[in-house]
Design a protein around this ligand. Structure first.
Ligand code: ZN
Length: 441
């Protein structure tokens, strides 16, 4: 790609909005992306996970039109291709090859047509040549006869000048006619020669066109082959990167599944309890209970000390299991229990393994290798940390739901967390009302 026009490559790459910071070298060397500033990828060199060094394409791209140049460019940036783009690009590459194929067939036909015309003209030339030769021969024959009649040595054989003249006249007329015919035949011959020459020139030009069509077809075939080869390399690179991320040593963590919380609620209305008869304990303080009771307990003022803290009942409530790091399990149990006590029914998702983080990135950021592993988290929708960099992978983040729906900034669950979560050590990531973690990331 010695003379690959940089402008074309850059214009093409400009269709990928997320690599605005990318630069394309005019010689087509691989694009190097700036490091994501929000994440430290300590284990990765500063380069896209391309398939090692790019092999130098042995394509002659001189004279490619813009479309082919674009095809050529994408064939060498497959890491940027998303799953959805692949069939579209492949269609372009295949269509290009088919068109080149058809153009070659057409060029072949034009060559054959020109050769046919040339052949026919050569046949015509031969015919005209033969006519001229015949006329020439005839003329020579008459010339000899005239010459011999004019020979004085043979005068007697014709008897008299008169007879000789009478014999010569038609021959002279015929000779004049033959001279004219020879002139016309000669003209026809030179026209036929010119026509053959012109036909040969047409053949020559059409053969040049045909050779160009052939070389364009070969380029199209190579583009297609290299496109497919690069797709294989892309998929392998994605698989390899996936594997690397999955086996990358993670800090060991202990996971626990939180399946129930303790909900503390104030003791219900004492009147109800009295009706129930479930509690014979006359411990209702300061209420308008039976006068008798008040009388008997009158001197027992210290019991008022219990008044600010109403009696609580504790209830263990099963919840949708949430897997988190053991470090935050107790706080989470307390948090959800406290929220339930306040009538806010929270649930959520905590730990997510790397495989699922990769799947999530694929869904939220795009299916190119770049999108999954390198694109900045903030450019995904919703923002999603790169595999290996999520607090969820440490079990230290929870995405909260309320009544089955993910929290938004006006959910009562979100407002409750805003007021209370810090007590339990959880901080919100401002861009995501549902995402709470020990670091706020
Ligand atoms: Zn989250």
């Amino acid at each position: 790609m010695k003379r690959f026009p940089a402008l074309i490559l850059i214009a093409w790459l400009g269709t990928f909005p997320f690599i605005s910071s990318a630069s394309a070298a005019p010689d087509g060397t691989p694009i190097v992306f700036a490091d994501s500033p929000d994440e430290t990828s300590d284990d990765e060199p500063n380069e896209p996970a391309e398939d090692g060094p790019q092999e130098e394409p042995d394509l002659n791209v001189e004279g490619l039109d813009l479309e082919e140049a674009a095809l050529f460019a994408i064939a060498f940036d497959p890491w940027l291709l998303t799953d959805g783009e692949i069939p579209i690009r492949r269609e372009m590459v295949v269509t290009n090859r088919r068109q080149r194929d058809a153009q070659l067939v057409e060029a072949d036909a034009k060559v054959a047509e020109a050769v046919g015309i040339q052949d026919a003209l050569e046949v015509e030339l031969a015919r005209v040549q033969a006519i001229r030769d015949k006329v020439e021969q005839d003329l020579e024959g008459y010339a000899i006869r005239i010459w011999s009649m004019g020979d004085d040595g043979l005068q007697e054989s014709y008897g008299s000048d008169f007879l000789r003249a009478r014999l010569q006249q038609p021959i002279q007329v015929a000779t004049a006619d033959l001279v004219e015919r020879l002139r016309v035949a000669g003209e026809n011959l030179s026209h036929a020669v010119i026509a053959v020459d012109e036909a040969a020139e047409v053949v020559r030009l059409r053969r040049i066109d045909r050779d160009e069509a052939l070389s364009r077809l070969r380029v199209a075939q190579q583009i297609r082959q290299q496109f497919e080869a690069k797709l294989v390399a892309r998929n392998e690179a994605i698989s390899r990167r996936t594997h690397e991320v999955l086996v990358k040593e993670a800090d060991p963590i202990t996971l626990v599944q939180v399946v129930s919380v303790v909900v503390r609620t104030p003791v219900v209305d004492p009147e109800d309890e009295a009706d129930d008869g479930s509690s014979g304990d006359p411990t209702d303080d300061g209420s308008e209970g039976p006068i008798v009771s008040t009388d008997t307990e009158d001197p027992n003022l210290p019991s008022e000390g219990e008044q600010p803290e109403p009696e609580m009942t504790e209830q263990v409530v099963a919840i949708t299991p949430i897997t988190v790091n053991a470090e935050i399990a107790d706080s989470l149990v307390a948090l959800i229990g406290a929220a339930m006590s306040d009538g806010v029914d929270l649930s959520g998702w905590g730990y997510r393994d790397r495989e699922n983080q990769i799947i999530l990135r694929r869904g939220n950021c795009g299916s190119s290798g770049y999108a999954i592993f390198e694109q900045r988290s903030g450019t995904c929708s919703p923002p999603t940390a790169r595999p290996g960099f999520s607090q969820h992978e440490k079990g230290l983040a929870i995405d909260f739901t309320q009544g089955g729906a993910i929290l938004n900034s006006s959910s009562s669950g979100f407002l409750w967390l805003q007021a209370n979560a810090a007590t339990y050590g959880l901080i919100n990531l401002p861009s995501e009302p549902w995402h709470w973690s020990t670091t706020g990331r």
